[in-house]
Design a protein around this ligand. Structure first.
Ligand SMILES: [Zn+2]
Length: 132
């Protein structure tokens, strides 16, 4: 269930680009609008990858803090439990491919992410429920 082989391949490449880019901090830059000249892949794969790289490039500026860890976890998941890649860690539902393209390291579906971002109890983000 979940992702097709091609989608997993695309996801892996985007995550690897993200991990290597963040961990080398500025020595390598993602160039979202350029494709790798030597690689001739399926057009749809390339297009999805480009969308991911563009999303990463903008996400990185906002949330460079834990993106690296999340991307590394997502890569480990692809290796160790590929069937669970692209599914929500909370409810097990498939995470829509469109969401993964915008956020390849997403571990929750939209509704579970919403619950986590806006806990019912307590107006502040600090406290015992903040385990991040
Ligand atoms: Zn969920």
């Amino acid at each position: 269930m979940g992702l097709t082989a091609a989608q997993k391949r695309t996801l892996r490449r985007a995550l690897q680009a993200l991990v290597s880019d963040v961990s080398t901090k500025g020595t390598r830059r993602i160039a979202p609008n350029r494709t790798d000249e030597t690689r001739v892949g399926g057009d749809e794969d390339e297009q999805a990858l480009n969308e991911m790289l563009q999303a990463i490039a903008s996400d990185r500026n906002r949330a460079s803090g834990d993106v690296l860890g999340r991307a590394q976890r997502a890569l480990e998941k692809l290796d160790q439990a590929p069937d669970e890649a692209g599914t929500c860690e909370e409810c097990g539902e498939d995470i829509p491919w469109g969401r993964l393209k915008a956020m390849p390291f997403a571990e929750l579906c939209v509704s579970c992410q919403g619950k986590r971002d806006r806990p019912h109890h307590g107006p502040t983000r600090r406290g015992p429920t903040d385990f991040r």
